[in-house]
Design a protein around this ligand. Structure first.
Ligand code: 4AD
Ligand code: MG
Length: 457
């Protein structure tokens, strides 16, 4: 269909005084005795286009006035009666698709909770238009950031036999019938498609390390899957994961990269989504833009885990979970540190090795690893990061301590046998980043079709 995007009509001066056809969905309808006003949205811009219909010239089909109906409108682009924008003086309105009154999105401000029940329609609201614009701009910026700095973009496998995080949260991939009878686990998997246990990847890191040992700087940006039964506002069973891996980089180097990348992404979103960010500032999180500008203009804090435990022990807060050296930080602890103590993003470093993954570089103290989580206000952890253990013997001992099956990691171990080098990487949960920059509080509202325990609609 020959037509012009509403975003172009609104922004580009060349359309003023010209005839155009725009297509979209009716967002509002008003009328007076002589004119009608249709607000049309086609999703290409946050702002909608007002279409003015002179009743003496056009007999408007009532179906065109219903919320959600799709129409094509042709007319001249003129200066708006009010404000400094433009509007369309309609000469012709064609109905493309009817929308009966059962259309669930009737009021302007429907709750996010209600909209979660209609994921196939909720994208037509202002909020979701803005969220997905920001998400798209941020995704493009991720690729730009790494590309401009000479990283190779690699695609790591989604089906895998190795559980990178070792947390036993892998979804199984199988062709075996649901009622397959087998005498043992071994026999069961022998008859399966891959003839061994396979699952959906929880992280592209292990294969990312393979690529970094050849290309020095790589990143992946793809889906990760976790069968975590965490029914929270920050967990999904399927999320998008940005994972750079850098050779010849130690923990302080990768921390610098993570901070630089986060700032780059924030800057991109502020510059490229001004209308959307103003909307979020007004309706989602008051002071959001100030918060982000403050983040851009300050250094992220760095705090040793042991120090963080001291701070939490002294805190005058009612934590549900106990604070003890050696236990993992809970969301409430993470939020306290970043919201109450540092009031900005903070890297917590050198966690106890017992609560972290096998691949992390062991510190000389024998108790901690060179790992860091980046915590941000409102969410808690958004990045998991570490220097990797490059020493074969130390890596082997960490794997044995965890009772891992070394045979499945032979190739990974070869990386330490053949030209091992210090290297580091991190994983940024993309949805958590989008929550952070939009102020949206539930991860299910920054994902097209969120999946979580018990929900795969
Ligand atoms: O901390 P995680 O588990 O680290 C890794 O997977 C490493 N292999 C990354 C690396 O070093 N290459 O996960 C990294 C990030 C978390 O900080 C969080 O932002 C996000 O992934 N994440 C989730 N996001 C949404 N839903 C979940 N269930 C998530 N689990 C992790
Ligand atoms: Mg983590």
């Amino acid at each position: 269909m020959k037509h012009t995007d509403i975003s172009k009509v609104l922004k580009e001066k060349e359309f003023l005084g010209k005839e155009v056809t725009v297509c979209g969905w009716v967002r509002t309808f008003r009328e007076s005795s002589s004119v009608c006003f249709l607000e049309l949205a086609d999703g290409t811009s946050f702002t909608k286009l007002q279409v003015v219909i002179d009743k003496s010239k056009i007999a408007l089909d009532a179906e065109c006035t219903r919320l959600g109906a799709s129409v094509a409108a042709t007319g001249e682009v003129v200066k708006a009666f009010k404000g400094d924008g433009v509007e369309l003086n309609a000469e012709k309105i064609v109905l493309l698709g009817k929308c009966p009154p059962e259309y669930p999105i009737q009021k302007k401000r429907t709750t996010l909770e209600f909209l979660r029940g209609i994921p196939h329609l909720r994208l037509r609201t202002n909020t979701f238009n803005a969220v997905f614009k920001v998400r798209s701009v941020a995704a493009q910026a991720v690729h730009r950031y790494f590309h401009e700095r000479g990283y190779y973009y690699v695609n790591t496998p989604i089906i895998t036999a190795s559980d990178c995080e070792g947390a036993g949260e892998m979804f199984r991939v199988t062709t075996a019938p649901w009622n397959a009878k087998a005498a043992s686990e071994e026999e069961y998997f022998k008859n399966d498609f891959f003839a061994e246990r396979a699952g959906l990847s929880v992280s592209g890191q292990l294969e990312g390390e393979v690529a970094a040992m050849a290309f020095s700087k790589i990143y992946t940006f793809g889906p990760s899957f976790r069968a975590e039964k965490s029914n929270t506002t920050r967990h999904l069973s399927e999320f998008w994961h940005i994972e750079p891996e850098v050779a010849f980089a130690e923990l302080p180097d990768i921390i610098e990269i993570a901070e630089d990348m986060i700032k780059y992404l924030i800057r991109a979103v502020l510059n490229e989504c001004p209308d959307e960010m103003t909307f979020f500032d007004n309706f989602m999180e008051k002071g959001l833009k100030d918060k982000l500008n403050h983040v851009l203009n300050s250094d992220f804090a760095v705090c040793d885990y042991t120090k963080a435990i001291e701070i939490l022990k002294e805190a005058k807060a009612d934590f549900r979970f106990p604070v003890e050296w050696g236990s993992d930080l809970q969301t409430e602890h993470e939020k306290y540190l970043t919201e109450e103590v540092f009031k900005k993003p903070v890297f917590v470093t050198n966690y106890p090795k017992k609560i972290k993954s096998f691949y992390m570089k062991q510190n000389p103290d024998g108790k901690t690893v060179a790992a860091t989580d980046l915590l941000v206000p409102g969410i808690g952890e958004i990045i998991g990061c570490s220097e990797r253990e490059a020493d074969l013997d130390k890596l082997l001992s960490a794997m044995k301590e965890r009772g891992m099956n070394l045979d499945s990691y032979e190739q990974y171990l070869d990386l330490r046998r053949f030209g091992s080098v210090p290297h580091s990487g991190f994983g940024l949960g993309f949805e958590r980043f989008v929550m952070y920059v939009t102020g949206v509080e539930n991860i299910r509202d920054v994902t097209l079709f969120p999946r979580w325990v018990g929900n795969v609609m």
